[in-house]
Ligand binder design. Structure first.
Ligand code: SF4
Length: 460
């Protein structure tokens, strides 16, 4: 059933799937042919290429069946919590309750891409006065109106404060439409003053003790709200256990990322790695299955690396990628242009870093939340990018701008300035719209230019 790693089309996956079924492919309940998702409107799949391993098939199927899982959870009597904006914090706590399923309505961000605009979510957002001057997260408004993508949650929680203007405005619009939201505040993370008590956080940043205590207080409020919804108290032992499980997922992902970024030959395509990172934020609505899927992917990658197998050209340019792409097809294009991932910052590194696990669990979670790269300065973020790029041996950096995103107007310049002051790595900025076909030649030109300049720099 195992084959040498290769990128294949959706049609090739159908043939491979039929062969694997004959050979007795064991499948999870959500398994099946990948192409069946096109019948549900996921047309973008026809324009992508995929890793050919059974582990990747599980990964894609798991991702693309999340809506079904949420509806099943509701039918089974579980409470559905929509957690918004914090990416990786409240779900850790929510999954400590046996009768709560948490998910990110923000994930609607990718629906315009995956469904090639056919769902009409951006049109709905337009009609509500949230036009293209906002980032693709405005699709979330459309998803709440159409109710065609996820069940309306029993509870919505959202972090505000040091968040982007786009999300704050859109969440406020959602509340005005009648969806009650429990808000919790995230302060802008600041550098401790000289002599001020501070604490070292995941990712190596320092934050004032006072700020950690403040976030802890905010999360205590959310814990109480979740307890009321679940009808049961959550004690520290249960929360610590939930942090341990979250760290299991993060450990699997850390090993996976390290191998993908540093192996001699690239053992996994960029799109599959992006999905693996996304799963870790909220377990894709099934914590146990998320661990199994990540474990399967890691096992496949470990086998490939041990066998010296890989995808892409052996001399692919090793590039650090900043920000998620609104159109995942751009990552396929990136690899066709001769690049491979060598580090990522998809705006949620705090959801990938291990959560501290000693002491008060709520404080541990607060430290994790406060290490969000998007709640501090762009310079802090750029310094982490420089450090990770060095660790993984990146030869260049792509800053992928998100159309309409308020933070993208300046951050590319700041990141490029910091990178240039600390290294001689070339930096390229791109903008990737949700369906980027019309821009593919200009995107290719910029990516090829970066790849060529990297290869030129390798010459003695
Ligand atoms: S502006 Fe950026 S951080 Fe804010 S919702 Fe959009 S992509 Fe996310």
């Amino acid at each position: 059933m195992r084959q040498s790693p290769r990128k294949i089309s959706l049609a090739e996956w159908d043939t491979r799937y039929a062969e694997m079924k004959k050979e007795g492919l064991p499948e999870p309940a959500y398994g099946g042919r990948l192409s069946r998702h096109v019948n549900n409107g996921d047309y973008r799949l026809k324009r992508l290429s995929f890793d050919n391993s059974p582990a990747s098939l599980d990964l894609w199927n798991f991702l693309l069946t999340e809506d079904e899982r949420l509806h099943e959870s509701r039918k089974a009597g579980r409470k559905i919590v929509g957690t918004m904006k914090d990416l990786g914090t409240v779900p850790v706590m929510a999954y400590a309750f046996p009768n709560i399923t948490a998910f990110y309505p923000d994930g609607a961000w990718w629906i315009p891409c995956v469904m090639e605009m056919s769902a009409g979510l951006l049109r709905v957002a337009d009609s509500l006065g949230v036009d293209e001057s906002f980032c693709p997260v405005r699709a979330m408004l459309g998803a709440f109106v159409t109710e065609a993508h996820f069940p309306i949650p029993d509870l919505l929680v959202c972090s505000v404060g040091a968040t982007c203007d786009d999300f704050s405005a859109i969440a406020q619009r959602l509340e005005a439409m009648g969806h009650a939201i429990v808000w919790w505040e995230m302060p802008h993370r600041r550098t401790p003053l000289t002599g001020e008590p501070s604490v070292r956080m995941p990712g190596g940043l320092e934050a004032p003790v006072d700020q950690v205590a403040f976030v802890r207080g905010q999360l205590a409020k959310i814990r109480h709200v979740l307890e009321e919804l679940a009808g049961a108290a959550l004690d520290d032992d249960q929360l610590s256990a939930a942090i341990r499980v979250a760290n299991e997922a993060r450990d699997l992902l850390e090993r996976l990322r390290r191998l993908v970024f540093t192996a001699k030959r690239c053992p996994l395509p960029a799109t599959e790695l992006l999905i693996a990172e996304m799963l870790t934020i909220h377990f894709c609505s099934d914590r146990d299955e998320c661990l199994r899927v990540l474990g399967g992917l890691l096992a496949e990658v470990e086998l490939r690396v041990a066998a010296g197998e890989g995808l892409l050209d052996a001399d692919a340019a090793r590039i650090f990628w900043v920000n998620p792409v609104a159109d995942v097809r751009a990552l396929t294009l990136f690899e066709e242009c001769g690049g491979r991932l060598c580090g990522t910052d998809n705006m949620f590194l705090h959801a990938l870093d291990r959560i501290p696990s000693t002491g008060d669990p709520l404080e541990c979670l607060a430290m994790s939340a406060l290490s969000d790269p998007m709640v501090g300065s762009a310079t802090d973020r750029a310094l982490r990018i420089c450090s990770d790029a060095k660790t993984f041996g990146a030869e260049g950096i792509v800053v992928s701008r998100i159309p309409g995103a308020s933070h993208c107007a300046l951050e590319g310049t700041i990141i490029a300035d910091v990178v240039r002051s600390r290294s001689d790595l070339p930096v390229v900025e791109l903008e990737v719209p949700p369906v980027s076909d019309a821009f593919s030649s200009s995107l290719s030109t910029r990516m090829q230019a970066l790849v060529e300049s990297i290869k030129q720099r390798r010459r003695p």
